[in-house]
Design a protein around this ligand. Structure first.
Ligand SMILES: Cc1ncc(COP(=O)(O)O)c(C=O)c1O
Length: 387
């Protein structure tokens, strides 16, 4: 019966990250710098709120959009932190992680033949959904522009088919964020155009140089903001995301969400409420720790003469594989894992525009980072003594 499977689904490829894991997971004594989630535990008071929810039998469906109390807390959170104004009654949906938020946003706004402009390299969670909607992803190669997805880079790709532009900042995998000026340039240009912005701001609490700025603060009516607690509160397994959008968009997204999952998990919503009330600054100590690690990794990589941009957000470095390493990024990462005993993610897992790079995560302990970097250094010296 496989021939009857939806061809759009059949054509989706297994993610490059998964393919790579499958090839290296059996290797022994490998230090992994691949992790895409915080290495901290969920804060204790948040865990307790989840336990209490179970004990008090808060185990039924909630409102489709999520508990009003939680929506109110989330709207207050983004107002205080990012000066965004959303109505908890009609302009927010609590989703099953940012992943579901991305899914319902695209399925609400995209139809056959629409084009969606996105930066490359980019988080691999957008392209398959765009394709499943029958729309066409249009990648802009930002590797030649210090990974900055600026208006100048975007403009040549805009045409009458463009329905949406994806702005994922701070970025996974590059760690780059856009400045206020870069965001307001994009907002000004799009003001009078019929194009949505999907702003994936899941790393908004993990910024190291300046507080996060959302493009929705300039252009709310055209922007769908994706956020959630996976990174800020180290809650990846609780599956709590948020999608903020004007009422006339949210009222349609809620239908997709409702028939998808009914509502986010009730127990997780109680934990999320605690995170966004008593725990509004829970990300601060984690961010401070990440900043220390970032500076350490930056010093080490630059001392190895590797070409990197210091990330101003998220917890990733996107490192250029030095010229002279003739293999592609997948083979480089595979050999580094086998011979150098360190796992990193090959850059081509983030679209073809990530070819020639690898992603190194600093969501792991100082000791792990030190050992991993020592091994990378030794590997490069051993394999390429003249580098
Ligand atoms: C940029 C980006 N968006 C969305 C997600 C998915 O987040 P969630 O686990 O909340 O679904 C991730 C996860 O790594 C991510 O890096």
């Amino acid at each position: 019966m496989e021939h009857l499977v939806n061809s759009r689904v059949k054509e989706i490829e297994v993610s490059g990250i998964r393919r790579f894991y499958n090839m290296v997971s059996h290797l022994e004594n490998v230090i992994s710098l691949t992790i895409g989630q915080p290495d901290f535990f969920t804060p204790e008071h948040v865990k307790q709120a989840g336990i209490k929810a179970i004990e008090e039998n808060f185990t039924s469906y909630t409102h489709n959009a999520g508990m009003l109390e939680l929506r109110t807390a989330a709207c207050k959170f983004v107002r205080q932190k990012y000066e965004l104004n959303y109505n908890p009654d009609s302009e927010i949906i609590v989703s099953m992680g940012a992943s579901e938020a991305i899914d319902i946003a695209f399925r609400t706004i995209l139809t056959e033949g629409n084009e969606v402009i996105l930066p490359g390299p980019v988080y691999p969670g957008y392209e398959p959904i765009i394709r499943m909607c029958g729309a066409v992803p249009v990648f802009v190669d930002i590797s030649k522009n210090q990974f900055r997805f600026t208006l100048e880079m975007i403009k040549p790709y805009i045409n009458e088919k463009t329905r949406c532009i994806v702005l994922p900042y701070p970025s996974n995998p590059t760690g780059v964020s856009l400045t206020e000026e870069e965001l307001s340039d994009i907002a000004d240009y799009l003001k009078d155009r019929e194009i949505f912005i999907l702003a994936d701001e899941i790393y908004s609490e993990l910024t190291y140089e300046r507080p996060h700025k959302s493009i929705a603060s300039y252009l709310k009516e055209k922007t769908i903001v994706i956020n959630g607690l996976s990174k800020s509160h180290s809650m990846t397994g609780w599956r709590i995301g948020f999608v903020f959008a004007p009422e006339n968009i949210t009222k349609h997204m809620i239908k997709v969400h409702q028939y998808n999952v009914s509502c986010a998990t009730s127990i997780s919503q109680k934990a999320a409420l605690e995170a966004l009330t008593a725990g509004i600054d829970d990300a601060v100590p984690m961010r401070n720790e990440y900043r220390i690690r970032r500076d350490y990794v930056y010093d080490r990589l630059t001392a190895m003469n590797l070409d990197v941009i210091k990330p101003d957000g998220s917890f990733y470095f996107f490192v250029k594989i030095p010229d002279g390493f003739t293999v592609n990024s997948f083979d480089f990462a595979l050999d580094l894992a086998k011979e150098g005993k360190v796992a990193v993610v090959p850059g081509n897992a983030f679209s073809e525009y990530g070819e020639g790079y690898f992603r190194l995560s600093f969501a792991c302990s100082h000791e792990t980072l030190k050992q991993g970097l020592d091994r990378i250094e030794a590997y490069i010296q051993r394999k390429y003594p003249h580098f």
